[in-house]
Design a protein around this ligand. Structure first.
Ligand code: BGC
Length: 470
């Protein structure tokens, strides 16, 4: 049974839906640059217009109301608010836009959950070294303070950074996300480190300067698959799946919730590999300075993005060269029983979410949890009667209910990804995650609810009705 104040939500991110990439003085972000360079995104698509939510916000609001959401998770475009990334220049038009969004939500009784950073660094900050630069932490802190100061009287749920793992790995190791750097085995660790420092500084700013009057909560959204050994009795597979957890979920959750430092397994694996390679430079996994605000304890809740599961096996990978993959030294495989939805990486495993929630409860001291993203994509011929996705949401929500009722996990909210079909990063518009279809060939970007959206709306209204009964 879900608690009566459970957050029923859906999520989006600024670059994926807003468009208006140059509107009203907005500065360019690394995703604008990355898409415009060409050769990076499916069919050279860009987020220049996307769902055009910058101009069509009222249409999004109508979708939110149609679903009956109690919460809506959106992200702020840093470069729309601060075109060069610094608080020296504030765009009042940007401030007005988000003020309107927030006020419209509140007037419809929908609580905003606001993400400060969802992959779209202002390009001017990338030009100063981006997330690899240590200075980024204090620059982010100034931006965060600006947002708390400007919107915090009305926003009570904050996410500082969305998925540092994805920013670090896909953007700086694999080069398939902006800023497109391929520096295997080094840059991602540095980026992850600076993101944790930035998050911690912003959390401390909120805690001391804003929480006393604003009373909200702040966290960082961590993505994780559910991982389990391919052969549950094989010691090597068990160790490999522990290592995989350490290199994904643990990388960020361990410092925040357990020790203030990276998982020992992760550091040991990287150090071993460095020695093997005869690497003598600075430790690739940085250490936290005692002179900076501590990272430990800087998450007021656990913000989890869960999409899929993997089985893990050991020993087959050759540990050659410098890369995160050889540091991790474990191979992830799919269970042939799992069906795949649209994109190849997304095996449909709703029960993995329940297992992961239990793992989080046991490992990270029973935190309050919000599932800040979870979804299912459609690729190929368009199906408005998307029964498979409707089924997926029903099954997943049941698993969350069991996690709460049977495992005692303190889950307070669930946000479907995504409200709308949108710009799915390197996959462009080919992969559709929306509860609403968006017609990208229509100037008005018509939104039409999918069957899965109707079903999600029914679930929400069922629970709302239960609570309103005398
Ligand atoms: C991201 C979203 C993305 C979704 C589906 C998450 O990694 O936060 O921006 O669209 O997954 O790929």
């Amino acid at each position: 049974m879900f608690p009566c104040d459970f957050a029923w939500g859906a999520a989006t991110a600024a670059y994926q839906i807003e468009g208006g990439w140059q509107a009203d003085g907005k500065g360019p972000s690394i995703w604008d640059t990355f898409c415009h360079e060409g050769g990076r995104v499916c069919e050279e698509q860009t987020g220049d217009v996307s769902c055009n939510s910058y101009e069509l916000w009222e249409k999004d609001l109508a979708c939110i109301r149609r679903l009956g959401l109690t919460h809506y998770r959106l992200s702020l475009s840093w470069a729309r608010l601060l075109p060069d990334g610094t608080t020296e220049h504030v765009s009042q038009k940007g401030v007005q836009y988000y003020n309107k969004v927030i006020e419209d939500l509140l007037s419809c009784d929908v609580s905003p959950m606001v993400t400060l950073y969802h992959f779209d660094l202002p390009q001017s900050l990338q030009n100063r070294g981006g997330w690899k630069a240590a200075a980024m932490a204090t620059i982010f802190d100034s931006y965060a303070r600006f947002c708390f100061q400007t919107f915090g009287d009305r926003v009570k749920l904050w996410i500082t950074i969305n998925e540092p793992y994805v920013c670090a790995k896909l953007g700086h190791e694999d080069g398939i996300h902006a800023p497109g750097l391929k520096e295997p085995g080094t840059a991602a660790y540095l980026v992850g480190h600076n993101m944790l420092r930035a998050h911690a500084m912003a959390w401390h700013s909120y805690d001391s300067l804003y929480r006393p009057t604003q009373g909200g909560v702040v966290s960082l959204a961590i993505n994780s698959d559910w991982l389990e050994p391919l052969h549950p009795d094989c010691a090597d597979d068990i160790a490999a799946s522990r290592r995989c957890f350490a290199f994904t979920l643990g990388w960020f959750a361990w410092p925040l919730f357990v020790t203030g430092d990276y998982p020992e397994t992760m550091r040991a694996a990287i150090d071993t590999q460095s020695r093997k390679l005869g690497y003598n430079g600075e430790p690739r996994l940085p250490t936290f300075s005692k002179h900076e605000p501590p990272v430990f304890g800087t998450a007021d809740f656990f913000a989890l993005n869960y999409y899929t599961s993997r089985k893990v096996k050991a020993g087959l990978e050759c540990r050659q060269g410098m890369s995160m993959k050889s540091d991790r030294d474990a191979e992830e495989v799919l269970d042939p029983e799992w069906s795949i939805c649209g994109v190849a990486w997304l095996a449909v495993v709703p029960c993995g979410l329940r297992k992961l929630l239990k793992y989080i409860k046991d490992t990270f001291h029973d935190p309050v949890v919000y599932i800040t993203e979870n979804g299912f994509s459609q690729v190929g011929p368009l199906v408005m009667e998307d029964a498979q996705r409707a089924e997926f949401y029903k099954d997943t929500i049941q698993e969350v209910e069991k996690a709460i009722g049977e495992d005692g996990v303190n889950v307070r909210g669930y946000f479907a990804w995504s409200l709308l079909d949108n710009f799915e990063w390197a996959d462009g518009f080919s992969s559709r995650f929306g509860l609403f279809h968006v017609d990208f060939s229509d100037v008005g970007r018509k939104r039409t609810i999918y069957r899965s959206g109707l079903e999600y709306a029914k679930v929400i209204s069922k629970y709302k009705a239960m609570y309103s009964k005398p």
